[in-house]
Write a protein that binds this ligand. Structure first.
Ligand code: NAG
Length: 249
């Protein structure tokens, strides 16, 4: 029958593909960078070009870019616009077709992160509902959390304000034995995070990083906590279960 022949053909083609099977795992990155409300931190990264001479400056086809899926759909317009069409962690800034924010006169400069704090009662100063109605009166106590609003409190943050967060599914099969490089990028200044020299293991980390890198070395499938422009302190640990993946995942 025609459909089963087609199915066989598809299977045969898939089994001859060069890429390893994909391995999607939830990967969380925090970078601490003190910012003002008009500043936004994006993430860039992937594999180091010095390790792979075949990298090309086009995220869609670049073997040094790592496929990602943003987990959260948020109320906050900027994060939510910039996450659209952001399909890779890469080194090159805006992706082809990545969402724009009308009030901001530059395209997204990489993978958007969310501003977070560890203060559980935190309200956005412009959010009257949060201030006057209060978090506790809501039927849904997570309504004002960063994962739902786009910035703010997250139970994952144990350290303080200005911990910019990325929470995505990542194709770990595209990393370097589970490792990949990251560097933050500050806007509107268009300022790369300075080089750091990560030569040693992070705190409570049972993984030995590869020898020196000028970027933070992050681990796929777990939580990574870094400081802007500094190799230490840094921490790598298994993901806390809370907040769990939303229902549509
Ligand atoms: C990147 O590569 C894809 C696939 O070959 C192509 O469709 C796209 O136009 C390229 N993008 C740019 C900006 O060159």
């Amino acid at each position: 029958m025609v459909p089963s022949v087609l199915a066989l053909l598809v299977l045969a083609c898939a089994s001859t593909a060069q890429l390893p099977p994909s391995d999607w795992q939830r990967t969380i990155i925090f970078i601490h960078k003190e910012t003002s409300p008009s500043q936004y931190v994006f993430l860039r990264g992937g594999l180091d070009h010095s390790r792979r001479p075949d990298c090309v400056h086009n995220a869609t086809v670049d073997p040094c870019s790592i496929p990602i899926w943003h987990i959260w759909t948020t109320r906050y317009g900027k994060y939510n616009a910039w996450r659209q069409g952001d399909n890779f962690l890469d080194w090159y800034g805006p992706e082809w077709g990545q969402g724009m924010v009308e009030s901001i006169n530059f395209p997204p400069q990489g993978t958007p992160m969310m501003w977070t704090t560890d203060a559980s009662g935190w309200c956005d100063p412009n959010d009257m509902a949060c201030y006057y109605q209060g978090r506790l009166t809501m039927n849904d106590p997570d309504y004002f959390n960063a994962e739902r609003a786009g910035f703010g409190y997250t139970p994952r943050n144990k350290w303080g304000e200005h911990y910019w967060m990325l929470d995505v599914l990542m194709d770990c099969s595209r990393t370097w034995e589970g490792w990949f490089n990251v560097k933050a990028y500050l806007t509107p200044e268009r300022e790369w995070e300075p080089d750091i020299w990560q030569r040693d293991s992070c705190t409570s980390c049972r993984y030995m990083p590869p020898p020196s890198s000028r970027n933070h070395m992050a681990r796929c499938g777990v939580t990574n906590v870094f400081q802007w422009g500094k190799p230490f302190p840094c921490e790598i640990f298994p993901n806390h279960p809370d907040p769990a993946l939303p229902d549509n995942y």
